[in-house]
Design a protein around this ligand. Structure first.
Ligand code: CP3
Length: 362
């Protein structure tokens, strides 16, 4: 039986040959696009936009219409999960997210409820249905969730943090309490991603944005362990029998690459602080790699962007299993025209690199 996908992005996730390197960009939908700002205004605010399946579909498709990308990513936010578990969430302009009341004591955890994704997160499932419809299988849709550790940082700190004082204090003084929270989150995240898969997302990405603030022992114990638990629980076959690859992106965790590659995921996402060529040698053949252009390259000239793209493609080399992406998300002040330059550079330079020696996928 063959389940080989015709989609470049999915083929690369499974380390199958492609005609050119697939490309998508973290945070490809968002405030740098004037058409996004219009829809956000129509929705009222960011969270209302996430909760409106029709408008969430529209903003998911915006970058896909504007640029020649190989995958779409569901428009939502990782913090809708703690909200569904019973916390209050709001985004204040310029200040980032606020989650309350914060979790600090054992009794606080009892207030968190197990989520039925079809119920409390039904609006996400409706968005997945409607985005799949809108994409008409031209390119695959990626679903996502935050990792338990990254979600826990927001739930314990009450929002974004620079010092991670409360969650790290908890980690050292009350490790069992933190593990309880991480276990609860692992169950909820696994159910949530499985529901996204049942509704038709063709790959899932786990964002461990804050894994990099942990030491190597703590990363294994408090972040990787819960991501591994989730990966084991995922139904990695979609409704039509296609395999659903799992991408693990942990920012600032290049030094734990081998551990991540052994987690059971199919793809490891890298930020720009890791050398992509050396990374491929370290995990060679075990997982595909996604990344890892410094997003700030998009502030440079088209010529310089092309040079950096070429360098990155050559660092990986003409092997299967590379998905081109940024090492982190698009920023608000970036020029969409530079994304056009980036995507065409990836197309042209990767075709030259492959030089016809790797099988075409039509
Ligand atoms: O990639 C995409 O295009 C899909 C959409 C997406 C968003 N957030 C939209 C968003 C995804 C995948 C996320 C994930 C997310 N959210 C992460 C992990 C990825 C990462 O960036 O490391 C994290 C840590 C969050 C939490 C979050 N959401 C923060 C800290 C903020 C505020 C920071 C900021 O940039 O203002 C958000 C808001 C947010 N999420 C916006 C968007 C488009 C901006 C909201 C707005 O329109 O004002």
């Amino acid at each position: 039986m063959t389940t080989e996908s015709p989609h470049r992005f999915l083929r690369a996730c499974h380390r199958l040959p492609v005609d050119q390197t697939p490309v998508w960009l973290m945070r490809q939908a968002g405030r740098y696009l004037p058409e996004y700002m219009k829809i956000r205004q129509k929705a009222g605010d960011f969270l209302s936009l996430c909760k409106n399946p029709e408008l969430a579909t529209e903003v998911t498709l915006q970058p896909v219409c504007r640029f020649d990308l190989d995958a779409a990513i569901l428009f939502s936010d990782i913090l809708v999960v703690p909200e569904a578990m019973g916390m209050n969430l709001h985004f204040s302009v310029g200040e980032g997210p606020i989650l309350e009341p914060v979790l600090r004591h054992p009794a606080d955890l009892d207030r968190l409820r197990r989520v039925d994704p079809e119920d409390q997160l039904g609006y996400v499932m409706q968005a997945v249905d409607s985005i799949r419809n809108g994409l008409d299988d031209k390119i695959p849709l990626i679903g996502f969730s935050g990792s338990p550790w990254t979600l826990a940082t927001y739930m314990v700190e009450g929002g974004s943090s620079k010092t991670f004082s409360y969650i790290k204090g908890m980690m050292f003084d009350q490790p069992q309490l933190l593990q309880q929270l991480l276990d609860k989150l692992s169950d909820v995240v696994a159910d949530y991603l499985n529901a996204q898969i049942a509704h038709g997302v063709q790959a899932v990405q786990i964002f461990d944005t804050w894994g990099g603030v942990l030491g190597p022992r703590e990363f294994g114990e408090f972040s990787l362990r819960s991501m591994q638990n989730i990966i084991q629980k995922l139904h990695r076959v979609g409704p039509k029998g296609h395999p659903v690859p799992v991408i693990l992106f942990a920012k600032g965790c290049g030094s734990h690459l081998e551990l991540m590659a052994a987690s059971g995921c199919d793809v490891v996402g890298l930020d720009w602080t890791t050398d992509l060529g050396l990374a491929r040698e370290r995990v060679g053949g075990r997982v595909a790699l996604q990344g890892n252009l410094d997003p700030a390259v998009l502030y440079a000239s088209p010529e310089r962007i092309r040079q950096e793209v070429r360098q990155l493609l050559h660092a990986y080399g003409p092997y299967p299993g590379h998905i081109f992406n940024l090492g982190h998300g698009m920023a608000q002040d970036m020029d969409p025209e530079r994304v056009v330059d980036l995507v065409s550079a990836v197309r042209e330079e990767s075709r030259l690199l492959f030089g016809g020696q790797v099988g075409s996928n039509g």
